[in-house]
Design a protein around this ligand. Structure first.
Ligand code: DAH
Length: 343
């Protein structure tokens, strides 16, 4: 028994963590512990011996328990102090600056379009970027082999039938076809478009358009003019005026090019408007009867207008950006510069 005490005293001395202390506790005081074992064969002893063994083993138990408790308190305290030391916070250190995000300028302009048109009762719809020739061209009055196709140098994917849409106008054909000529249509479709254009300051092989279509009864150019007027004022300022110039698109007749008065010089002539006082922002016109018919609308009953804005062009004008590549280069310095402007 004396040997046992010497043993645990020595072992206790060497212990410097709670795990080892627990192991020691099990080793001596556990169910099969060395001290517990001492009282195992008591039945073989005389009464006197039993008393003696019981007393001494109890003493040992109590002694060891006390030592373990004292050491445990000490070790816990040490551990806590170490932890506090590790987690010490120096409140005088300078903070870590968290960078603010900034809205993407193109996204912002598209959202402006969406909000304006939604407030006028238009739906915002989506269409596929990988498109069928049928929707991109044929239903829009541009049959195979027609020279009007040359104006849009298209990326073909398969057999001249599947392509990357070269404009958002196929969504007009999709919406009208799905409608089946029964209900009026009022929709815009912002989205990506693709053309085999060289990438330079004003061209990109991928760019965004905002397509619009309204089909109802007795629709004329006047309705288109009123609508574009409203949008131009909201996007470029209340004193903006608009004008139409004759143009040509296969899917509208008559077709127009839509200009706004230069917001920079108010029409006097400057670099932004190339001294003309006017800036072209969209193409449009009255939906061609062939298009209405092909998409299931009877042109004797229905009429409509359509338009297409160049989203990058509008964003470039509005925010004074002179290179279209700015939108796609994700240069954080550029984004931060816009962040500081009144976006
Ligand atoms: N799709 C034409 C383009 O990419 C733009 C356009 C013009 C759309 C007239 C229209 C429209 O809906 O009526 O150049």
């Amino acid at each position: 028994m004396k040997d046992l005490k010497e043993c645990y005293l020595k072992e206790l001395d060497a212990i410097n963590n709670l795990n080892d202390l627990n192991d020691l506790k099990v080793k001596y005081l556990g169910k099969k512990g060395l001290i517990t074992e001492l009282t195992k064969n008591m039945s073989e002893l005389s009464i006197e011996e039993k008393k003696e063994v019981g007393r001494v083993s109890n003493e040992l138990k109590n002694d060891l328990n006390e030592r373990i408790n004292t050491l445990e308190t000490k070790l816990r305290e040490e551990e806590l102090n170490k932890k506090l030391e590790r987690e010490k916070i120096d409140v005088t250190l300078p903070g870590t600056k968290i960078e603010n995000g900034a809205p993407n300028i193109l996204e912002k302009v598209v959202e402006d379009f969406e909000e304006l048109f939604m407030s006028m009762g238009y739906d915002v719809v989506d269409g596929p970027e990988i498109e069928l020739d049928k929707f991109n061209f044929e239903l829009l009055n541009i049959p195979k082999g027609h020279p009007a196709r040359d104006a849009q140098d298209t990326f073909y994917i398969e057999d001249n039938e599947i392509l990357l849409r070269s404009h958002t106008s196929p969504v007009q054909a999709r919406v009208m076809t799905a409608n089946g000529g029964k209900e009026p249509v009022r929709m815009i479709c912002p989205g990506k478009t693709y053309r085999r254009d060289p990438d330079d300051a004003t061209h990109s092989h991928q760019f965004m358009q905002v397509e619009g279509l309204l089909v109802d009864h007795n629709i004329s150019l006047v309705d288109l003019k009123g609508t574009i007027d409203e949008i131009a004022k909201k996007l470029f300022g209340e004193d903006t005026t608009t004008r139409f110039r004759p143009s040509y698109y296969q899917f509208t007749e008559p077709s127009v090019e839509m200009d706004i008065s230069c917001f920079n010089c108010k029409g006097k002539g400057c670099n932004v408007c190339k001294q003309t006082g006017w800036i072209t922002i969209a193409g449009g016109g009255i939906v061609h009867p062939n298009v209405l018919r092909a998409c299931g609308f009877d042109p004797k009953i229905w009429s409509g207008f359509a338009f297409g804005f160049g989203a990058e062009r509008c964003a470039m004008l509005k925010y004074g950006i002179n290179d279209i590549r700015t939108f796609y280069q994700t240069d954080l310095r550029e984004l931060r510069a816009f962040d500081r402007k009144d976006v």
